[in-house]
Write a protein that binds this ligand. Sequence first.
Ligand code: NIG
Ligand code: FE
Length: 401
Amino acid sequence: MIVIENASEILTIPHGYNKPKKGNEMRDLGIIKNSNIWIDRGKIIKITKELPDKIEEKIDASGKIVMPAFVDPHTHLVFSGIRDFELSLKMQGKSYLEIQNAGGGIYYTVDKTRNASEEELYEESSKRLEYMVKHGTLGAEAKSGYGIDIENEIKMLKVIKRLSENYSIEISPTFLLHIIPKNREEKEYVEYISDNIEKIKDYAKNVDVFCDKGAFSKESTELFLKKAKEQGFKLKMHADELEYIGCSSLIKKFDFISMDHLLKTPDEIINEMSKKNTVAVLLPGTPFTLFQESFSDARKFIKNNVAVAIGTDLNPNCYTENMQEIISLSIYRMRMTVEEAIVASTYNAAFASGLQDKLGSIEVGKDANLIIMDAKSYTEIGYHFGVNLVTEIIKKGKVIS
Ligand code: NIG
Ligand code: FE
């Protein structure tokens, strides 16, 4: 038996009814104080004040908290090249779309990614994955989207697959319909992708689409989602980030596992979302790195009983792998409580990624995918910001770092 001993707090985040947590449920961390976690063959066996007779290995958590490892429900983990040079453009007041329309932004990364070999992409992305693990993330969703033709999208998805096989992170792979190639018409391009989407089946579980001004229209999005749904993909959407052009209203026609960004979502749609188990994935790093004053209205989503998760949006515009930073931004810029931010970065994030069977809570019978944090109480998380509080990362009962 492996024992994690004497934790000052264990945040179990108890299981609901196999649904993401909404409203006040997001404040329930299921805290157990001054206890031990017994682990056998990678699984959690017991949470108790007692110790077993036979102990193979002890992991000391005295004066620290134990919680489920983070899940990052929205990443563009695989890409080539960074866009540090855009920071000065953004500082001069250039908007995301101005930079993109001048050939920068996503287009810049598309060129770099298409020109990179699978090996080069793997090398670059594995470094990011190591940062994720170091900061306590053991589950993530990862998107393609910078290849823009089927061949290059598959190249990206193969890299995602190799990364998930070779590292400790559980990855949920997503095909992302990201941007219209410069020399193509939207309609013709969306038909080409939709007609070929079955070729992606071996590589991705989910599809996502950037539905917004400057990206795909509501009509194109609907056409693509219909085809993807027929092929059995789970659905996600980048919605209402820059403007509301009706994208999130597609909730009335489709079941999404998540809708992401949601900065301009009207009240009526928030109400529609509350009727379903679609997770609102809020990404405060994005407005933060775009020098924007306004963030998603997390309070409104939670008050209206929508399940909320938070994620990094890791990409060359918003360059962080650290979920603890996102918890701080969620508290300070979206006014989420620390309890809500913890549930949003673990339990609900696991649902938004389809990883809830493996991650997101500490429960008897579940894999022991946990982190130990250098904090006496969970109230220090997010409050103590800009540092890495993770001291141990435990994947299936084994300390990995
Ligand atoms: O989620 N909004 C669209 N896509 C990404 C950004 C990708 C990029 O800028 O390279 C996002 O923010
Ligand atoms: Fe994104």
